[in-house]
Design a protein around this ligand. Structure first.
Ligand SMILES: Nc1ncnc2c1ncn2[C@@H]1O[C@H](COP(=O)(O)OP(=O)(O)OP(=O)(O)O)[C@@H](O)[C@H]1O
Ligand SMILES: [Mg+2]
Length: 370
């Protein structure tokens, strides 16, 4: 087990810098998830930690030791990729044992580790099968098993579940979370999947164009995103944004006017704002619901899923909004509606995208309120 520290980590391909000095501490035994849009540098960062990409600048420490110049095999890490190439002509048992045979581990030790990994990953019934006789999820478990048998200090996963169907992803997600609970190793995990990030991570790292935008516990990123980028990235469907102007400030928050001069309120600390300043109010789809005295909108589309509904609407000034309602709705396309935008659920962002501190959180956002 090991703590991983990134200090000013830089990656350049020729003249092109793709990682711009990343500082990050990943605690021993924690589950750290990297998210961010395609091309933001998630895989590059993971591969630099793994020793598969040269580090152009800065320091990488594992268990307190600088490992920049150590080869991948010396770092005590194991990586599981999105596309896992199992050896097709070898049985599951041989696939699991192969890496250990390569480093000339004594046979009895190999047998013990393979048996333990097979038990942990529920692969015992398949040990003598070839990969082609396994399901996708079983194959992915073998790929994880190959990492497990090496007893790495740190596990690195690069979108390991993205090739699996939805049902399998859900079960593999809980298997990986369970594996982490049992063995307690440090894990660093890249994903595009919001639910994976929110449910598996102790800590989410949001990356954008080779820089860290925000690091924190999943629920803290959801409740207190530092800027519009993180606010729009964490949460699905994404947060709605309404352009507004500051009209007044008081102890309980900020009063705003939308483009039509309609009043809105946000429970944020607005002391640093000026009256007349242009801002954006952020409100999550799940925090708007029909309310006779709410904000007027026109309904563009309704999706009824039975237990929940999605409303796609636009405001009088043409801003598109999405509302996520629990249960069913009588609203229909072309109709008018009023949606509550309550101050304690609102986020507020300056023109440069930075968030104003929220003074309190909506009750649905729960126990985190402070
Ligand atoms: N060998 C290379 N030479 C030049 N640029 C590269 C090279 N490998 C990656 N890049 C660039 O580095 C950036 C980060 O790529 P990376 O693969 O880390 O993104 P990612 O966040 O993993 O994206 P995705 O979600 O699509 O997997 C991209 O802009 C990519 O084009
Ligand atoms: Mg990638």
């Amino acid at each position: 087990m090991a703590r991983v520290e990134l200090q000013g980590l830089v990656k350049e391909y020729g003249a092109v810098r793709v990682i711009h000095g990343v500082d990050l501490e990943i605690e021993d035994g924690s589950f750290c998830v990297f998210v961010g849009p395609s091309g933001c540098g998630k895989s590059t960062l993971l591969r630099m930690i793994a020793g598969l990409e040269e580090i152009s600048g800065g320091d990488l420490l594992i268990a307190g030791e600088r490992v920049n110049d150590q080869r991948a095999a010396e770092r005590g890490l194991a990586m599981v990729f999105q596309t896992y190439a199992l050896y097709p002509h070898m049985s599951v048992r041989q696939n699991l044992a192969f890496g250990l045979e390569n480093i000339r581990m004594p046979k009895p030790e190999i047998a013990t580790r393979v048996a333990e990994a097979a038990r942990m990953l529920k692969l015992e019934p398949y040990l003598d099968r070839k990969p082609k006789a396994l399901s996708g999820g079983q194959r992915q478990r073998v790929a994880i098993g190959r990492a497990v048998v090496r007893e790495p200090k740190v596990f690195l996963f690069d979108e390991p579940l993205s090739n699996l169907d939805a049902e399998l992803r859900v079960s593999m997600r809980s298997e990986i979370a369970g594996l982490h609970r049992r063995i307690g190793n440090t894990m660093i995990y890249v994903t595009h999947d919001q639910v994976e990030a929110m449910t598996m991570a102790d800590k989410i790292v949001v990356l954008r164009e080779g820089r860290i935008e925000q690091v924190g516990a999943p629920i803290d990123l959801y409740n207190r995103p530092v800027n519009t980028f993180v606010a729009g990235f964490i949460g699905s469907p994404r947060m709605n944004f309404l352009p507004c102007t500051v009209t007044a400030r008081d102890e309980a928050g900020v009063t705003l006017a939308d483009a039509q001069g309609r009043d809105l309120r946000a429970a944020v600390d607005g002391r640093t704002l000026a009256e007349g300043e242009k801002v954006e109010l952020g409100i999550r789809p799940e925090h708007m619901h029909p309310d006779p005295i709410g904000y007027p909108v026109e309904v563009d589309n309704v999706e009824q899923l039975g237990g929940e509904s999605y409303l796609y609407v636009h405001t009088e000034t043409g801003v598109a909004l999405t509302a996520h309602l629990s249960g069913q709705t009588e609203l229909s396309r072309g109709g008018r509606a009023h949606l509550a935008i309550r101050p304690e659920f609102a986020h507020l962002f300056r023109n440069d995208g930075t968030a104003l501190p929220r003074l309190r959180l909506g009750e649905l956002e729960g126990a985190q309120a402070s």
